[in-house]
Design a protein around this ligand. Structure first.
Ligand SMILES: C[S@@+](CC[C@H](N)C(=O)[O-])C[C@H]1O[C@@H](n2cnc3c(N)ncnc32)[C@H](O)[C@@H]1O
Length: 340
């Protein structure tokens, strides 16, 4: 198994070092990959396993987009390096070639992820900037993973940012950034809890004020929630939102065809040394449309397609495939509560 034995940062043990993931023997890894490991209601993870590893993957995408000069996230690469999944470390460091690890002209792979991460990061940074310009002084980043907005953006005075994710994810990010000498650029409060549990109570306990308008961000989250948990989350957000609150949700692929496309891409990565299982982490099946759900609850929504953001940025827009899966199926829903 190929993996860094240490995080590369003095005094820090990598997340990958702390836990054995899907089995060290290649045959076991392959078997687990073929069978898949279904999610359970109370599963937990760190940044080197299960859903947590997807946070490391998208941070590797931000690291590559940073190297390409498309965004500026100086923390992405050191964070990925600290987690210690060797394949993603090499990805973040620019040591892997798309021609080598991606299926040619495939919708999903290292390069498409880098491009999507570039445009989605810029788009959501813009959402944050607009919310702050409108006077909002409270933000909640749901499933924050290795998102370093609390360290890399310039926030207005008086702003408080709450980050919600699994305890091991938040602890590892904070410890790693502290060891790097990085300091938050905002009043940053960690809310370590599973979003399928009573997170509104945990959020309130850390000082969240439901009486003030809030900017909510749900980036790269919804595919990992069961359909009913997605609706419940949106209803909880609505209940906690004062008039004028804003919301940004990424709506990601969910169809069986899209799952197959992603699994084909990850299969190639396993062949190139990825040793963490990334298949079967989502909850496929019918779910309510986010924008329609919000429209019925007093929000005014706007849909922006990932394909549009790529085209606007002059980045390649992969064509629709035979199976009718397209990047146009991924969209960003922004919403304002109570706006006409
Ligand atoms: C693809 S990553 C996205 C991370 C971050 N938003 C970003 O874009 O860099 C998915 C994140 O969702 C978090 N997540 C998924 N389901 C969750 C749950 N039920 N409770 C808390 N966090 C969850 C994972 O821990 C992980 O950090």
């Amino acid at each position: 198994m190929r993996r860094n034995s240490t995080s590369g940062w003095p005094g820090l043990q990598s997340a990958a070092d702390t836990k054995s993931v899907t089995g060290d023997h290649p045959a076991i890894l392959k078997l687990v990959t073929l069978l898949g490991m279904p999610r359970t209601d109370d599963d937990t993870w760190d940044l080197a396993s299960s859903v947590g590893a997807t946070a490391t993957m998208v941070a590797a995408g931000r690291a590559r987009a940073t190297k390409a000069g498309l965004i500026e996230d100086p923390f992405a690469e050191p964070l990925v390096r600290a987690v210690g999944i060797d394949f993603f470390t090499r990805w973040a460091a620019g040591e892997l070639n798309s021609a080598e690890v991606d299926i040619p002209d495939h919708l999903w792979g290292m390069q498409p992820i880098t491009d999507i991460l570039a445009v989605r990061t810029r788009y959501i940074d813009g959402f944050v900037f607009d919310a702050a310009a409108a006077g909002i002084r409270q933000a909640v980043i749901l499933a924050s993973g290795l998102d370093a907005r609390g360290y890399r953006l310039s926030w207005p005075t008086g702003m408080t940012v709450f980050e919600i994710d699994q305890p091991q994810v938040l602890e590892f990010k904070a410890a790693t950034l502290a060891a790097l000498g990085a300091e938050p650029t905002v009043e940053l409060r960690a809310v370590p809890i599973d979003l399928r549990h009573d997170w509104p109570a945990a959020l309130s306990a850390t000082g969240f004020d439901a009486g003030r308008p809030t900017a909510w961000i749900a980036e790269g989250l919804f595919a990992f929630l069961p359909p009913e948990a997605q609706d419940r989350l949106l209803d909880n957000i609505t209940a906690l939102s004062a008039a004028g609150s804003r919301l940004m949700v990424e709506i990601f692929w969910n169809s069986p065809q899209a799952q197959q496309i992603m699994q084909a891409a990850t299969q190639k990565w396993y062949e190139h040394g990825l040793d963490v299982e990334l298949d079967n982490l989502g909850y496929p099946g019918r779910r309510n449309d986010v924008a329609a759900h919000l429209d019925q609850r007093g929000w005014s929504t706007v849909r922006t397609l990932a394909s549009q953001l790529l085209a606007d940025a002059g980045l390649p827009v992969p064509p629709r495939t035979d199976s009718e899966v397209s990047l146009a199926d991924i969209y960003y829903c922004t919403a304002v509560l109570g706006a006409l």
